[in-house]
Design a protein around this ligand. Structure first.
Ligand code: ARG
Ligand code: ZN
Length: 847
């Protein structure tokens, strides 16, 4: 065997894409499972497509044998590195046979084949398959699979249809990242579904014994998703079985492996006693997301990992549409925009900003980001706005017809819409290439019966990108008269140049409602008058903009309170109180309208306005605003809360969830006034986890010293509930106590850093849940996080790299805090033996 040196931390470029010279059309795998010595035999049916050596991927594999067409391979016909196996002079068509040995029990990175609580499971996206056997581990190589899982474990699952005990055939060609295997002692909840084509499908949700009572909602969500995708996108399911498996140790949310979706158990298991309304909503949308991938991701996959948004942006858009249909448009859209701004706008404004289709990466796992997922989904939404619902349906239909079975690109996707609608999307395509959140400045004048709107777009510089071109921005807008009547229904203005304008002949100045439905992922800069904003808050027919008007008013107040020590005026407090008590408005909407901008949102906005954010001051100002609102509503609060009661059996549906959300907000206000009296009553009376968590959080905020122990005694048997316990305590600690408490909790017997859910609960409880605590001026929060990142990086680089993004806002802060954060980033980057994942992240953040 010849020798070669592996290349570490190499940058991969989109422009370097080249097809493989030899491809694989069929994969036959045979597993003999063993925690320390699993044997994997692979037979790859290979065919030459061009000239050159065949370079297979493989990592941490012990090669036991290798043969071509049944003949053991001579040592000079191949070579190996730590990450590759190269075949020289491969014939035009042949079968490659290898046998390797791996140790799933030692695999703590949770990528490839690993073990979780005694069960075997896999995670192959993006590049985990190479840790199972030698193969062309890239998405443009699509093969059919036959899998045989030996041994006597009671349940042995893989992709496709079961052909015998532990043997599976997947007739749909797929890339390696969609391969999956699960084996262990599992129980199924089963159901059936008949597709629009008349196919009879068995549905199973597999869990470990003891969890079988927690699967009903996931199963129900699956059936509703299957129906929805048939009705809305015309996409039926294509195998005779669909399996979902819940796994406790999982780096991400879930994975769309063909016919065998594997889920973080957090997004499957639910009962009213243990899961909150937010958990139920997450389960519904993630079950839908993974199911929808069967067409957008699996039947049509990505040519290379730069095209990740092709499947993720589109599938997120589809799951958002589904949730809008299931739970109501306005609340879903507002929630999605809140999430986009909190995660994606933050990413876009910092050192980790990257285009929706990146041009290079070191570690692809670092690009499963809010930009690729959530901004990627916004791009689909804008496309739909530009071509209209009919054009969108026609473009999608053409995409499914033209590219079924392909590994496609963004160009392929856009070409379908150009063909189907005749629109030129070349400028629109810049959204995929130019990073950063565009700012749109709006100004208005009214003179001599002419109302004029002036628009200007600014696309900011981001790492590696300056002097950008104007984007194609769809601005949905409408006009109201001063008394709140809509005088012009929603229209779309397409801003395609740096500046633009619109004029209207009118007898009086109207009230402008612009960026309706958040029609583009931009930051609006519009000094609209206070009275216009109040008119929109009271009357806008667009529910998103109605909410947004209240948001802008609140943010204005909070920013002025931070920078100018301004108090909270009656006009605003009365408007907030009016909304809170408006019995005609939907409770879910009122709950959203009562929520103040988060501490991080304010930090981001202050920084954007050229003010250095002070986390302690932001924390104090938010509390002061809550107290002012609470005081204004003092007499109404008990009655308002009573009106939100949801008697009878808990129902996770949106209507009751909205009432509980509003009740929780109101309890927060009441706690500001009574120091936790009402929260204690609510805690003791709670008969579901939503109400219990709201009361728990408020008791913690009020400084209650007994409830944490009480909660622990009641729930220590339930790992998913205990994740909430770890997170809530840190998130709701007084800022100066947060780091010490987090540190103490890492010594709790139930803290286990190797479980990603537990690790994230505690760390994010601090970094995201308690910004003033994380940014403790003594730097202890930064050191605490860095210590744990360095510790976990040795075993689980993916989860570590993801958590390291807590540092991505470091340049916003004062010089002392910047120095402290930079020092921790430098300490990490100077550490020997860092993973490729974490090393890329800290390098980008330090640049
Ligand atoms: N495709 C999965 C989903 O969005 C996510 C898998 C991400 N895995 C990873 N190692 N980055 O549904
Ligand atoms: Zn996805």
């Amino acid at each position: 065997m010849r020798d070669a040196t592996p290349e570490q931390n190499q940058t991969v470029y989109l422009k370097d894409y080249t097809p493989v010279p030899v491809t694989v059309s069929h994969v036959a795998l045979s597993f003999r499972l063993d925690p320390q010595a699993t044997r994997v035999s692979a037979r790859l049916t290979c065919k030459r497509k061009g000239s050159g050596d065949m370079v297979l991927d493989g990592e941490m594999l012990k090669l036991l044998s290798i043969a071509i067409d049944g003949v053991p391979l001579a040592a000079d016909r191949y070579s190996r590195t730590d990450t590759t196996l190269t075949l020289y002079d491969a014939p035009d068509s042949f079968v490659l046979e290898t046998e390797v040995e791996i140790a799933p029990e030692d695999n703590k990175a949770l990528s490839g084949l690993y073990m979780s609580k005694g069960m075997y499971c896999t995670q192959c996206e993006a590049e985990g398959f190479r840790r199972i056997t030698y193969m062309l581990d890239r998405p443009d190589v699509m093969a059919t699979y036959d899998v045989e899982i030996g041994g006597d474990l009671p349940v042995r699952l893989s992709n496709g249809n079961e052909t015998g005990p532990g043997t599976w055939h997947d007739p749909w060609p797929k890339p390696t990242y969609l391969f999956a295997l699960v084996a262990g002692d599992l129980l199924a909840t089963s159901d059936r579904f008949t597709t629009s084509e008349g196919r009879d499908v068995t549905l199973n949700v597999w869990v470990r014994p003891g969890d079988e009572g927690l699967t009903a909602f996931a199963m129900d969500s699956l059936k509703r998703s299957m129906t929805w995708d048939e009705e809305v996108y015309g996409r039926p399911y294509d195998l005779s079985v669909f399996n979902i498996v819940a796994v406790d140790d999982f780096n991400m949310g879930a994975m769309e492996n063909k016919g065998l979706n594997i889920f973080n158990s957090k997004y499957v298991l639910a009962s009213p006693a243990t899961a909150t309304d937010a958990d139920f909503a997450n389960i519904e949308s993630i079950v839908a997301h993974e199911y929808f991938h069967n067409w957008t991701g699996n039947r049509i996959t990505c040519r290379d990992w730069f095209q990740l948004c092709l499947k993720e942006g589109l599938t997120v858009f589809r799951d958002q549409q589904f949730s809008q249909d299931e739970r109501g448009f306005a609340t879903q859209r507002i929630g999605d925009v809140l999430n986009l701004r909190a995660r994606q706008f933050r990413e876009d404004a910092g050192p980790l900003a990257h285009p929706v289709r990146p041009e290079s990466f070191v570690e692809i796992n670092n690009f499963y980001t809010a930009t690729i997922y959530e901004k990627g989904a916004e791009l689909i939404g804008m496309l739909r706005t530009l071509v209209g619902p009919k054009g969108y349906d026609a473009g999608c239909a053409l995409y499914f017809e033209r590219h079924d079975g392909d590994a496609a690109t963004i160009e392929d996707w856009l070409a379908c819409f150009e063909t189907a609608t005749g629109r030129d999307l070349s400028q629109f395509k810049l959204w995929y290439a130019q990073a950063g959140t565009p700012r749109v400045q709006v100004s208005e004048t009214f003179k001599d019966g002419i109302y004029r709107i002036d628009l200007k777009q600014i696309v900011p510089d981001t790492p590696g990108q300056t002097d950008k071109c104007p984007m194609h921005i769809p601005l949905a807008f409408g006009l109201l008269s001063q008394d709140g009547t809509e005088t012009q229904a929603t229209q779309v203005h397409e801003l395609t140049t740096e500046t633009g304008s619109m004029t209207f002949e009118m007898s009086a100045k109207p009230v402008l409602s612009i960026l309706r439905g958040f029609s583009a992922p931009v930051i609006l800069e519009f000094e609209q008058t206070e009275s216009d904003r109040l008119t929109l808050l009271a009357h806008d027919s667009d529910p998103f903009n109605r909410w947004e008007a209240g948001r802008v008013l609140a943010k204005d107040r909070l920013m002025r309170a931070v920078t100018k020590d301004a108090g909270f005026d009656d006009a605003w407090l009365n408007a907030v109180a009016a909304l809170a008590t408006d019995e005609l408005a939907d409770p879910a909407f009122r709950a959203l309208a009562l929520a103040l901008p988060s501490e991080d949102d304010l930090a981001q906005s202050l920084y954007g306005a050229g003010v250095v954010p002070d986390p302690d001051r932001i924390y104090a100002v938010r509390r002061a605003a809550q107290l002012a609102i609470a005081a204004r509503l003092r007499d109404a609060l008990p009655g308002l809360r009573d009106a939100m009661a949801t008697p009878g059996n808990y129902d996770p549906k949106a209507e009751d969830a909205g009432k509980r959300a509003l009740a929780g907000r109101l309890l927060g206000l009441q706690t500001m006034l009574d120091g936790g009296v009402a929260a204690r009553t609510a805690y003791d009376a709670a008969d579901n986890m939503t109400d219990r968590m709201a009361a728990f959080a408020n008791l913690l905020e009020a400084g209650d010293t007994t409830v944490a122990k009480q909660f622990e005694n009641d729930w220590q048997h339930d790992r998913l509930v205990m994740d909430k316990w770890f997170m809530a305590q840190v998130a709701h600690a007084a800022p100066r106590d947060a780091v010490t408490l987090a540190d103490t909790l890492t010594r709790h017997p139930d803290f286990d850093a190797s479980n990603p859910n537990r690790f994230r609960s505690l760390m994010a409880g601090l970094t995201a849940g308690n910004p003033a605590g994380f940014h403790n001026p003594d730097g202890s929060g930064y050191k605490f996080l860095a210590d744990w990142l360095l510790y976990l990086d040795k075993s689980n680089p993916q989860t570590t790299a993801r958590m390291s993004t807590a540092f991505d806002g470091w340049k916003r802060y004062d010089a002392d805090r910047q120095d402290l954060m930079r020092a921790q980033l430098q300490r990490i980057s100077g550490t020997e033996g860092l993973s490729r994942d974490l090393s890329e992240m800290v390098t980008r953040m330090l640049k």
